[in-house]
Design a protein around this ligand. Structure first.
Ligand code: CA
Length: 176
């Protein structure tokens, strides 16, 4: 009983503190790059076509449009996964990486799929928290089949649930 109550309290505390304290929404490339500069978010190479996301992993960008299952297959080929983001810092980091590497706003698949009304990260780290940078009025499950998630929807940084069979570029994440 105690542990159940404690879990509820913890879940509540996590919900209120949130992993995403600020809205990540940038209308222009310039705004993104200014944020990267102001917050000292370095974009570092970790090999050919690879950029450092955190201490343990690097990401690569594939511009070819792929369905989400195709994107997963591509990332799995080299023992990677479609990118998952632990918190606001990693989200900012990825935003700075894609804005620096590809200076135009493209939607990229991120590694999460629908589970009921939530979206779970495919690294097992839990659900995308409600305070994550969803685009206004998203996720909306438009048409009832939006089971995947992309970023940079309408504005830089914003998440949107989309049908998994749409073709769009992907960011893969690799651990070395
Ligand atoms: Ca949607």
């Amino acid at each position: 009983m105690f542990s159940f109550a404690a879990s509820l309290f913890l879940a509540g505390a996590l919900l209120f503190t949130g992993a995403f304290a600020e809205t990540l929404r940038y209308e222009t490339l310039e705004e993104v790059l200014i944020m990267c500069q102001d917050r000292d978010v370095p974009v570092e190479s970790c090999g050919r076509y690879l950029y450092r996301l955190n201490d343990n992993s690097c990401v690569s960008i594939t511009l070819y449009g792929m369905t989400f299952p195709e994107a997963q297959d591509l990332c799995h080929e080299d023992d990677g996964r479609v990118v998952t983001l632990a918190n606001e810092n990693e989200f900012r980091k990825l935003l700075c990486i894609v804005a620096t590497a590809i200076p135009r706003r493209l939607p990229y698949w991120v590694g999460a799929i629908r589970k009921g009304d939530d979206f779970v990260w495919l690294d097992g780290s839990g659900i995308i928290p409600p305070d994550a940078p969803w685009q206004h009025n998203q996720p909306d499950n438009f048409g009832g089949s939006e089971n995947c998630v992309w970023m940079n929807s309408f504005n830089w940084g914003q998440l949107n649930d989309k049908p998994c069979d749409i073709r769009t570029p992907v960011v893969c994440q690799y651990w070395a």
